[in-house]
Design a protein around this ligand. Structure first.
Ligand code: UDP
Ligand code: MG
Length: 331
């Protein structure tokens, strides 16, 4: 089958590697795909990466996009994907840690039926303080999202353009591309890939990535399970709190009646019991969560695109009006 491969390379201060990377990419794509382009996205580099990209872009299959400032890897990937013309999209780090020689095996994964082929740095050549926390992180993602991969955040990934059209990569969500695709029913596989130590430049991500990554994991887990029915999560919590609060208040009201109407002696006046404060707090919290859930539903109802709620694998017969709205997703 013919394929047009778009290679997206996010670049932040990687001037020393871009030429070698281009050479390696050109060599690796030869004969594997019919058509091939490289898109470098300069994410606010302060070295002369952009000058190097300008020189490289003299070749007809190479383009460069330069951000006004650093917006992050996810933004760089999104910009690259938006201008990609290929039916296959490869993302690869610019620092030569990922090996372009893996391209034929990644493409073979797609030909075997996968929609996303995720790299797995089986022998990872990074410092220990990146490797071990990353293992824990991968275990967490796998168990919280149900997609068991060894290396969710591998910089080397190949996916069909349909995947890129349907998922939004913002903030630092590039770590969850495979999870987001899997949640929409795309077939995700992983293959072990060759990894190399960083020889030039410096790593752009420190230990803070794990804290941010964990917060993003919570977001992704929520979005993939309740993104299209937020009230079922927020409202359910609200309802629980409301019930607990109302039960407490009901109990205290009954006690008050027993004391004041039937003259029964109670251990303490209800106004001074901690249960009163807890019950009021739970009732308020419950009410607030319920209205927050309704607000989330309103946002979804009025601003969500209808086709976001499903993903079509294929169609048969005569295309109806639905195909029009699916096409609208690409815009
Ligand atoms: N990168 C980017 N914008 C950023 C941070 C990183 O475009 O804000 C690029 C960087 O140039 C590299 C890739 O993303 O091509 C991965 O970054 P890095 O190698 O620093 O990550 P690590 O391998 O240390 O996880
Ligand atoms: Mg790297």
């Amino acid at each position: 089958m013919c394929h047009f491969l778009s290679v997206i390379v996010p670049v932040l201060n990687e001037r020393d590697t871009l030429q070698t990377l281009t050479r390696e990419l050109n060599a690796a794509a030869q004969g594997v795909v019919n058509d091939f382009e490289i898109i470098f996205v300069d994410d606010g580099s302060t070295d002369d990466s952009w000058s190097v990209i300008q020189v490289l872009a003299a070749a007809p299959h190479i383009t460069g996009i330069r951000f006004r400032r650093n917006f992050g890897k996810a933004a760089a990937l999104t910009a690259g994907i938006r201008s990609a013309g290929g039916d296959l999209i490869l993302m690869i780090d610019a620092d030569l840690q990922d090996d372009p020689a893996e391209i034929p095996r990644l493409v073979a994964g797609i030909r075997a039926g996968a929609d996303v082929v995720n790299g797995w740095k089986q022998r990872r050549l990074d410092p220990w303080h990146k490797v071990y926390p990353s293992r824990v992180f991968n275990w967490l993602i796998s168990h919280m999202t149900g997609l068991r991969l060894h290396d969710h955040n591998c910089g080397l990934k190949l996916f069909r353009s349909a995947v890129a059209r349907e998922i939004r990569i913002y903030g630092e969500m590039h770590r969850f591309i495979a999870v987001l695709a899997h949640a929409r029913g795309f077939r995700v596989t992983e293959i072990p890939v060759h990894h190399r130590p960083r020889q030039h430049g410096y790593s752009k991500y420190g230990i803070r990535r794990f804290l941010r990554g964990f917060l993003d994991l919570l977001t992704v887990t929520f979005l993939t399970s309740f993104g299209y029915r937020p009230q079922h999560a927020i409202g359910a919590c609200g309802l629980c709190f409301l019930l607990i609060g109302l039960l407490g208040l009901g109990y205290l009201s009954a006690l008050w009646c027993l004391m004041h109407v039937f003259g029964l002696a109670a251990p303490a006046p209800i106004g001074s019991r901690p249960l009163l404060a807890y019950s009021i707090a739970a009732t308020l919290l419950g009410g607030q969560a319920l209205s927050l859930g309704l607000l989330a539903e309103m946002i979804l109802a009025f601003s969500g695109r209808p086709a976001d709620g499903y993903s079509v694998r294929e169609r048969t017969g005569h295309p109806g009006s639905e195909s029009q709205s699916d096409a609208g997703l690409t815009s």
